[in-house]
Design a protein around this ligand. Structure first.
Ligand code: G6P
Length: 368
């Protein structure tokens, strides 16, 4: 299939912009829009109600989609969920429970470590489900069940639209699990589904802020180190934001759970360290803001990503702020993924690195 950049400078820019559309396509597969519920697949090879545990394995960006899903599965479906990077998991000889479901997440469906983790789980008698973007891939073929993402071909080495489509498919799967396990009422299911349906439009709103985000990116592009902080569902987005920035701009970046700040990373803070704080107005908001204040007290340059605008003076404490539309906390990872992608993209463009083909990286790692 011939894929071109259209009128974009890079594939990555095009792929970031495509997200509202491809998330819509992914939702169309898993959601019954008329009913406002998730679709129940005709044939499920296992009984969600009988599962004791989920084990998720993946590499890179896909592993952060998996880590986000842990929060969803545990909260919504009351299912204990373990997440591990495939290169560790495959050699760990992890004991797995009798009624376990192994989920592997992979854009390409060909990553060697993820495939090995899938095979190990099968040998251990786990049910298997793959979240993949390439339906004819090895991982898709070897899994009992496939939840496809509909991101379309992703060319930029740094994953963007595949990631948010993975989040979308996993969110639908978590709702399905909650529904079939009886941990969600119909009303709660509809509330979560309606939040998902609104996400593409809200992402479009964020994309309209691109110029402002590019200005902020230029202001952090000279930093040697950048920290990303988030809590709960947005902790994995902090990890993903840091990964994106280091992959394409070569700026050293670390993502941290905001509550871990005082256990180490706070030692790095001075006026030269930009700290990207992901703070949707959810139940952990006050905690994250108090972490932000600890950074501010040490002169750190805060970039606040929040939907809490105009209500408090938190925005004034920040060096810069980026406004994200108000949304149900359940979908916040989908939304906050976009500004962290744009920050990385514009920092890299400003620095002049090869955005679509960053040095030393491959789109798909099919060897160990
Ligand atoms: C490579 C890519 C990453 C990707 C990871 C996992 O490192 O550069 O963008 O997240 O592989 O790939 P997969 O195809 O399994 O999602």
């Amino acid at each position: 299939m011939l894929v071109d950049k259209g009128n974009h400078r890079h594939f990555m820019a095009k792929e970031i912009e495509e997200q509202p559309e491809v998330i819509g396509h992914t939702l169309a597969e898993y959601v019954d829009f008329a009913e406002g519920t998730v679709r129940v697949p005709e044939k499920l090879p296992f009984d969600f109600a009988a599962l004791d545990r989920i084990t998720i394995t993946a590499c890179g960006t896909a592993s952060y989609a998996g880590l986000t899903a842990k929060y969803w599965f545990e909260r919504i479906a009351r299912l204990p969920t373990e997440v591990d990077i495939a290169s560790e998991f495959r050699y760990r000889e992890a004991p797995l429970p009798k009624n376990g479901l192994a989920i592997v997440v992979s854009q390409s469906g060909e990553t060697a470590d993820t495939l090995a983790a899938l095979r190990y789980c099968k040998q251990q008698g786990q049910h298997t489900l793959a979240i993949v973007n390439v339906p004819e891939s090895t991982i898709a073929r070897e899994s009992e069940m496939v939840f496809r993402t509909y991101a379309g071909p992703e060319i930029g080495v740094a994953s963007t639209k595949a990631f948010t489509c993975q989040l979308t498919a996993l969110a639908c799967l978590a709702i399905l699990a909650g529904k079939l396990r009886g941990t969600l009422t119909l009303e709660q299911e509809r509330e979560l589904v309606s939040a998902l349906i609104m996400a593409p439009r809200q992402m479009t709103e964020i994309l309209k802020e691109e110029k402002h985000i590019a200005d902020v990116a230029r202001e952090i592009a000279n930093a040697r180190d950048v920290l990303f902080l988030g809590r709960g569902l947005n902790y994995p987005i902090a990890l993903e934001g840091a990964l994106k920035l280091k992959e394409i701009s070569y700026i050293h970046a670390e993502g941290y759970a905001a509550g871990e700040l005082k256990h180490g990373p706070i030692a790095l803070i001075d006026e030269n360290v930009p700290v990207i704080v992901i703070a949707p107005h959810d139940e952990l908001y006050d905690k994250t803001i108090s972490n932000m204040e600890e950074v501010a007290a040490r002169g750190g340059k805060i970039v606040l990503l929040t939907d809490d605008h105009g209500m408090t003076d938190n925005e004034h404490k920040a060096f810069r702020s980026i406004r994200v539309p108000k949304a149900h906390p359940f979908v916040s990872p989908l939304l906050y993924a976009v500004p962290v992608q744009l920050l990385a993209y514009h920092a890299a463009v400003f620095i002049g690195t090869d955005v679509d083909q960053p040095r030393n990286l491959a789109k798909s790692v099919t060897v160990e």
